[in-house]
Design a protein around this ligand. Structure first.
Ligand code: ATP
Ligand code: MG
Length: 184
């Protein structure tokens, strides 16, 4: 096996679980970014692939440029704004899954975060069985995180760790709009 990152075989041997952050409350993407920050500190090579998010106007894109060993690839359309036909959303989601597969199977990364991929599955842009198949075939010792609302049953079944963010309160409900540095 080609060892691409600088971490020791001891650290590497403990990696390889699948984590899921789902649910309606705030904190799924930011939890994965916190994990990326911690992993980077230990020398892990980290990649975040963003489904459904375009390459603009996210604080994490600006921050990732300053964090060693951390790359973000925003490969989606803006799911909040876009009025594109569903066929185009499906095509882009499938291309993004293909890219995720290439990056994961390259063995270059120790931790790969698939941000908002759960939404892509729950909106029927991606087939959960295809995602599970891709995950099952991956090289050993690569940790995977899947974020987004509505993680399907197949994903929850396959995962080793599932955390549900439960929405108790969100300021959106009293009219507070998304804020720079807090929501994006
Ligand atoms: P964050 O990126 O802040 O960790 P998230 O990943 O848990 O949030 P998403 O479902 O990806 O949440 O939500 C997309 C956007 O909506 C984010 O800007 C997020 O802060 C905001 N948001 C999250 N939860 C809620 C909610 N319950 N009501 C309204 N807006 C929300
Ligand atoms: Mg999110």
């Amino acid at each position: 096996m080609i060892k691409m990152s600088g971490i020791s075989p001891e650290i590497k041997s403990k990696l390889g679980l699948v984590q899921v952050y789902t649910g309606p409350g705030k904190g799924k993407t930011t939890a994965s970014l916190g994990l990326a920050f911690r992993a980077s500190g230990r020398g892990l090579e980290v990649l975040m692939i963003q489904f459904l998010k375009p390459p603009q106007d996210y604080g994490e894109h600006l921050a990732a440029e300053k964090v060693p060993n951390f790359t973000i690839l925003p490969l989606g359309l803006d799911h909040m704004m876009s009025k594109v036909p569903k066929e185009k959303d499906i095509k882009i989601a499938e291309e993004t899954l293909q890219r995720a597969k290439e990056e994961i199977y390259s063995g270059k990364y120790d931790l790969v975060i698939l941000d908002e991929i759960n939404n892509a599955m729950s909106w029927k842009l991606l087939n959960p069985a295809e995602v599970v198949k891709m995950l099952k075939g991956r090289p050993d010792n690569i940790e995977i995180v899947l974020t987004g609302r509505g993680a399907p049953a197949e994903i929850i079944e396959y995962a080793d760790l599932v955390t549900e963010m439960n929405m108790i309160k969100h300021p959106f409900d009293k009219g507070v709009k998304a804020r720079v540095g807090i929501e994006y």
